[in-house]
Design a protein around this ligand. Structure first.
Ligand code: FES
Length: 171
């Protein structure tokens, strides 16, 4: 079993310049239902949707970071979702919306809470993913891309080595 990611290849006809990364194969997703892997250091999960297509989301649930890979895939309010195994929150596979059932029994959306990454499937059964990480932070970034906490002096050292000083609370 090989979940390692690869870069674009002529064999697949996928252009590396567009940042597509080979994630896994359709056969792997079909046999396991979900495949969790890393793309450029980000944990994602590839899930088989009820219609046979493949969706890719951040691997940890926006709510409290539960791993989505063991979650059930089913329709909720007519939409294909993965249901987080921790607290049973449904997340739509196409948009990453968090769904809930309101007091009137109607399934409603909280808005986009989980990042969904574009997927391409090539003729030879390889699945390619392009991370969609631009724009403002959303809830699932809390677990997929945690921000460093300031130290006792209010200093945060970013991954690129830059130091950011946060204002200290007045005593
Ligand atoms: S951690 Fe997923 S529903 Fe709570």
């Amino acid at each position: 079993m090989d979940d390692r990611c690869g870069m674009g290849s002529e064999e697949d006809g996928v252009d590396e310049g567009e940042a597509w990364v080979r994630a896994t194969t359709v056969a792997q997703v079909r046999s396991r239902g979900a495949v969790q892997t890393q793309i450029d250091g980000r944990e994602v999960v590839l899930v088989l949707a009820p219609d046979g297509s493949v969706a890719c989301l951040d691997a940890r649930c926006y709510h409290h970071g539960g791993e989505l890979a063991p979650g059930k895939v089913k329709h909720v309010g007519g939409r294909a979702c993965i249901v987080c195994p921790w607290h049973k929150y449904p997340i739509t596979l196409d948009t990453g919306e968090g769904l809930y059932t309101a007091l009137d029994g109607v399934v409603k959306s909280k808005g986009v809470m989980q990042r969904v990454h574009p997927v391409r499937v090539t003729d030879n059964g390889h699945i390619w993913v392009r991370l969609a990480v631009g724009g403002p932070r959303i809830e699932s970034d809390t677990y997929a891309d945690p921000q460093p906490e300031p130290d006792a002096d209010g200093v945060v050292v970013l991954p690129n080595g830059a130091r950011v000083i946060y204002p200290q609370p007045r005593s």
